[in-house]
Design a protein around this ligand. Structure first.
Ligand code: PBG
Ligand code: ZN
Length: 329
């Protein structure tokens, strides 16, 4: 026997020999409990309508959404993030903070029908309510940070009044977590939490989502407020600020191309770190499966497990409902 083979006393493959040994030593778990399903609330009272370029995802009427979420609960999905939009769009995104916005109505209905069984997160942003599609109030060729804060706070309070558990500001304005926290507390919503989009990058992965809400920005892109994907340390600076301002949960977005950032935040954060596996990540899997280049289930589970391995406690994914209903785990 060649000498090299005789000296092989250490064989990592022993721990990969059978499925049960592999399970015994697996370091990462993925469970439906850790998944948050995003849903789009339709502007009109439809049952549901498909979204171009977003396979299998719909905008939901409030009744149909309530039934859908009730079914999710039966299958073990318990956490949901609601997005909405309005046909009435103006410079300041006034419709976003209306007490009877579609999102607020949906939250109220879900609470009436399902009590506190679902964890309800609501997206707090203006881009699907503004005439220009930006996430804040526009001045010249920029979003005016400080003028936007009171608008976001008003949206958060409207959602809290409807019964949201957590508001999730996705705008990337400086100081938004603090502004929202103060406004919630002043309005008597001390128990409503904040899921901060702490490190949200200006990304080309948001395409299908923008179709869902018709929220593409006009005139200039979002690089003046969302993070630059060349930057890593800046995410830790955003983390410090969001924790100081009172974030209950922090998030990295997108997820798959940003696992270094997820790992950095997981190591540094005192609060749980979430990751948003965004619409483009989802659609890449759908398209690979469609053309027969990959098994959809295997690809989705590998991606989500990798996001967990990087350190995410919870994951926002458009696959949550399917994973639970089709028993992919
Ligand atoms: C807007 C918002 C976006 C997403 C969530 N909130 C798009 C954007 O910033 O342009 C993307 C989510 C996804 O792609 O799944 N505030
Ligand atoms: Zn926005």
């Amino acid at each position: 026997m060649p000498a090299a083979m005789q000296s092989l006393t250490i064989r990592p493959r022993r721990l990969r020999a059978t499925a049960s040994i592999r399970s015994l030593v697996a370091q990462t778990t993925l469970a439906v409990d850790q998944l948050i399903q995003p849903y789009f609330v339709a502007e009109r009272d439809v049952d549901r309508e498909p979204i171009e370029g977003f396979t299998g995802i719909h905008r939901w009427g409030i009744d149909a959404l309530t039934d859908e979420i009730a079914t999710d609960l039966v299958h073990g999905v318990r956490h949901f993030l609601l997005f909405g939009s309005s046909p009435e769009r103006d410079e300041r995104g006034s419709a976003a903070s209306a007490a009877d916005s579609r999102v607020a109505q949906a939250v109220r209905r879900l609470r009436e029908r399902l009590g506190d069984a679902p964890t309800l997160f609501t997206d707090v942003c203006l881009c699907s309510y503004t005439s220009h599609g930006h996430c804040g109030v526009v001045k010249g060729a920029q979003v005016d940070n400080d003028a936007t804060l009171s608008r976001l706070a008003a949206v958060a309070c409207a959602h809290a009044a409807a019964g949201a558990d957590f508001v999730a500001p996705s705008d990337m304005m400086d100081g938004r977590v603090g502004a929202i926290r103060t406004a919630l507390d002043d309005a008597g919503f001390a128990n409503v939490g904040i899921l901060a989009y702490t490190a949200k990058y200006a990304s080309a992965y948001y395409g299908p989502f923008r179709n869902a809400l018709d929220s593409s920005p006009e005139g200039f892109d979002r690089a003046g407020y969302q993070m630059d994907f060349r930057n890593r340390r800046e995410a830790l600076r955003e983390l410090d600020l969001d924790l100081d301002e009172g974030a209950d949960l922090v998030m990295v977005k997108p997820a798959l191309a940003y696992l270094d950032v997820v790992a950095d935040l997981a190591a540094a954060s005192d609060v749980p770190v979430c990751a948003y596996s965004v619409s483009g990540e989802y659609e890449m899997v759908k398209q690979m499966a469609r053309v027969g280049l990959a098994d959809e289930r295997a690809l989705a589970i590998e991606n989500l497990t990798a996001i967990r391995r990087a350190g995410a406690q919870a994951i926002l994914t458009y696959f949550a409902s399917t994973i639970a209903r089709e028993r992919w785990l």
